[in-house]
Ligand binder design. Structure first.
Ligand code: BYC
Length: 333
């Protein structure tokens, strides 16, 4: 079904009869819905695509802690603070599952983090925007984690076993994150006019960046055709973006908030909300490192890594001591 000759930028998806036997077997397993596991043979391009996507995803999770971390000390109540802390800790956990999934493909976590810290690796564009008010915690949970769920539920069924399995738990936790975000928005929208205005202002700033999270339009997406053939991507960027808009617009209406898109219309015939033109110049600028917070995020991330060196050293020293103790008491071990 995948095997049409699709041009993907410089690449062309090859038909089954153009493949060497080993690659054909591999593709047929994927087409048959059989998961690929770490020790299975895989084409180099499949491995590279997964390392690229899973590591970008892992980086997004840990950089994604920073905009919300900014509000832990300013949460409006102890309850909100505990919930926010739990959410941010979940994101660290997601990063760990994902780095572990990437490691099964033969790359080291140190190398991946090195690429993040040098600015070579990408992470999601969304985390390069500032969090200016408490309402941003609501908007991030509702819109950003909401978008993440839409993108990641299909990944639970992707062809690479370790990635798919990591996604199952991630999606369960993301669902709590999205609810806590919507709950913050509900509280603000049922509060004073100033609080409602704060919620509206947050939606005004996070709406378009959330749509950009899904990546370039299908026409511009260089990796999509091959990733779809390998069942790493089960839906296109535009399909998932449309799902997000269709799901979120009624939620905004329920809150009594306006979606900041004058061109937004509901098409009765298709049942979809049609949205206006996305500012891809803004997206591309962020990808080039020129968003409002790119430099700050990277600086904070590198500092956190350097400040944690003593802790990583202590873990290694502890593991070495335990191994030495085991060897001393049981030389056969
Ligand atoms: N930001 O050919 P395309 C979270 C890049 S974590 C930056 O469509 P692909 C959360 C793309 O990498 C959310 N870069 O690529 C965490 C590619 O560049 P390279 C993270 C982007 O891979 C904490 C180029 O543009 N989720 O929700 O087929 C707190 C062309 O794009 C972006 C994931 O990582 C972007 N938005 O599709 C709260 C999910 N979009 O690599 C929440 C897994 C595109 O060729 N990833 N690019 O140099 C995916 O599903 C896919 O990788 C994407 C892109 C849909 C993101």
């Amino acid at each position: 079904m995948y095997a049409q000759l699709v041009e993907t930028g410089s690449k062309k998806i090859r038909a089954l009869d153009e493949m060497a036997p080993q690659e054909r077997d591999f593709q047929q397993r994927i087409d048959g819905g059989i998961k690929i596991e770490a020790k299975d043979w895989m084409p180099d391009g499949y491995r590279k695509t997964l390392v690229r996507q899973i590591s970008q995803h892992a980086h997004s999770e840990i950089v994604g802690q920073l905009p919300e971390g900014n509000w832990v000390t300013r949460a409006p109540s102890l309850k909100r603070k505990s919930i926010l802390l739990a959410k941010i800790q979940d994101e660290a956990g997601h990063g760990l599952y994902l780095y572990s999934a990437a490691e099964t493909l033969g790359v080291s976590r140190d190398a991946l983090l090195g690429d993040l810290h040098s600015g070579k690796a990408k992470y999601s564009s969304i985390f390069n925007y500032p969090t200016l008010s408490w309402a941003d915690m609501g908007a991030i949970g509702w819109l950003v984690d909401g978008s993440a769920i839409i993108n990641q539920i299909p990944l639970c069924r992707c062809s690479y076993g370790p990635y798919a399995r990591a996604m199952v738990r991630v999606c369960k936790e993301e669902s709590f994150h999205a609810r806590q975000g919507y709950d913050i928005m509900m509280a603000l929208c049922n509060g004073t006019p100033e609080q409602k205005q704060m919620a509206q202002d947050a939606v005004n700033r996070w709406w378009w960046p959330s749509l950009m999270m899904f990546g370039p339009s299908d026409a511009e997406s260089i990796n999509s055709a091959q990733s779809a053939a390998w069942r790493i991507k089960l839906f296109s960027n535009d399909e998932l973006r449309q799902k997000m808009v269709d799901q979120t617009v009624p939620q905004a209406h329920f809150l009594g908030l306006t979606v900041p898109d004058p061109d937004l219309t509901f098409n009765e015939a298709t049942g979809h909300h049609e949205y206006g033109i996305i500012d891809w110049t803004e997206f591309n600028n962020i990808l080039k490192g020129n968003g409002p917070c790119n430099r700050d995020r990277l600086r904070t991330r590198v500092k956190a890594y350097e400040d944690g060196a003593w802790f990583r050293d202590a873990l290694v020293a502890h593991a070495d001591k335990q191994a030495a103790r085991r060897a001393a008491t049981d030389p056969a071990a």
